[in-house]
Write a protein that binds this ligand. Structure first.
Ligand code: HEM
Length: 421
């Protein structure tokens, strides 16, 4: 689960995620070593289960849009040769939350469902992501970002951008979406931060997750009793047939898990990448209208979800000239698919002026990221405000000392000490 470091390391025979020092923004050396071996490559899982790594962009899109590949990695535990609990944990390595009760089958975790089950829940959610709500959120995000920068600059001339900026922005945005009372937001933020902190002990993380679970249950009861103008109230009252409490809890936890760690790491790693590419940063400062393409390029270039998207073949499929048997696990190598030389010129170069082209960072097909418009606004505003309000922003430590999230499936930085003096 998210917050479960090492899970992929445990499953994969080779170490495909470990990065040494040096080139923090490129795909891990284990992935680079496999370049030139074709768009679909055999992969060894430690338990001996058959698996394939998809490095080609077209092949990845096929996997994510072809119904012969299932997202229900829990119903197909044999495919991985894992116990059902392990299979669920494996399926959850990408964007799913750590669940306090792994033995329970998912009620509303539609990221692991196939159509038609998936379709109904997804539609209910998209119905809540209204244009009006997104517009209102955009101005709130601007206020939140400006407020955090004001707090940082009032406190001194140095800060760690991860706890001071990257983590609170998405956490507060999810509070807005779910309609968390302002009085409860500090506690909400603290628990989400602990559940993602590798330095916290297993017990501390488990406790924070249990508390979050209980908090969400209370929040749902409150929205049922006193609906307000937020997404959770909408879901609690507008669904027909109504959603159960268990479904609503899962949906809220899914939004939190899928929307928090991802966005926070894009903000942290995105800021680091810009600071390490001064020419690109200068171009962005000179012309803020580049923000939109810059964010798309950072999403492509950084591919933070790494190997977190996988599927199971429900029947035999031939893909990229390779036959995948029924039950085979297919792991998308997002950093490689997003640098497929058949699609991008000079793919290993960060270029904030690169014409916007469809990348894979938000996935593809029926499960394509539901929060992508919101994530884009958070990144455009979050990075844009940093660049505009702190013109002298730079690293406060040598780049080689920035601790990378080598131990987490969602890549990023554990901290980012900066100064603006
Ligand atoms: C799905 C990436 C932000 C909610 C996904 C998937 C990816 C992804 C790759 C597809 C997973 C799969 O096919 O197995 C990202 C990235 C983000 C981000 C890189 C930030 C930069 C958000 C935000 C929210 C969100 C802000 C909501 C508040 C979801 C949900 C799904 C999803 C609900 C499941 C959709 C489905 O199964 O139909 N995301 N995401 N994400 N994302 Fe995001």
């Amino acid at each position: 689960a998210t917050g479960s470091p090492m899970l992929m390391h445990r499953l994969l025979e080779e170490d495909l995620l470990e990065r040494g020092g040096g080139r923090p923004f490129d795909p891990a050396p284990g992935l680079l070593r496999r370049r030139g071996q074709g768009p679909v490559q055999p992969l060894r899982l430690r338990n001996g289960a058959p698996a394939w790594l998809v490095t080609g962009l077209d092949e990845a899109r096929t996997v994510l849009s072809d119904p012969r590949f299932s997202a229900d990695r829990v119903r197909h535990p044999d495919a991985t040769g894992l116990s059902p609990q392990e299979a669920e944990a494996f399926a959850a390595t990408g964007v799913a939350p750590a669940r306090p009760h792994v033995e329970r089958r998912t009620d509303g975790m539609f990221i692991f469902m196939d159509p038609p089950e998936h379709t109904r829940l997804r539609r209910l959610l998209t119905g809540q992501f209204t244009l009006r709500r997104m517009k209102a959120l955009e101005s709130r995000i601007r206020e939140i970002a400006a407020g955090l920068i004001a707090e940082m600059t009032a406190a001194g001339t140095e800060a760690d951008l991860v706890p001071a900026y990257a983590l609170p922005i998405p956490s507060l945005v999810i509070c807005e979406l779910l309609g968390v009372d302002p009085a409860d937001r500090a506690g909400f933020q603290e628990r989400t931060a602990i559940s993602l902190n590798v330095k916290a002990s297993e017990q501390e993380r488990a406790r924070a997750q249990l508390e979050m679970h209980a908090f969400i249950q209370g929040l749902i009861a409150a929205k049922r009793a006193h609906p307000a103008d937020d997404m959770l109230s909408g879901l609690a009252h507008e669904a027909d047939p109504p959603l159960s409490d268990a479904q609503l809890v899962d949906i809220a936890l899914l939004l939190l898990a899928a929307g928090h760690e991802t966005t926070a790491n894009m903000l942290g790693l995105g800021a680091f990448a810009l600071l390490e590419h001064p020419g690109q940063l200068a171009a962005l400062r000179a012309d803020p209208s580049l923000l939109e393409t810059a964010v798309e390029e950072l999403l492509r270039y950084l591919s933070i979800v790494q190997m977190g998207v996988s599927r199971v073949a429900v029947e035999e499929v031939t893909l990229g000239g390779v036959t995948i048997p029924a039950g085979g696990t297919v792991v998308i190598a997002m950093p490689e698919a997003n640098r497929d030389p058949r699609h991008w010129d000079d793919p290993d170069r960060l270029d904030v002026r690169r014409p916007r082209a469809p990348h894979l960072a938000f996935g593809h097909g029926v499960h394509q990221c539901l929060g992508q418009q919101l994530a884009r606004v958070e990144l455009q505003v979050g990075l844009g405000e940093l660049v505009a309000r702190l013109p002298r922003l730079r690293l406060a430590v040598p780049a080689g000392q920035v601790p990378l999230r080598n131990d987490m499936l969602i890549f990023g930085v554990h901290s980012l000490p900066v100064t603006w003096a």
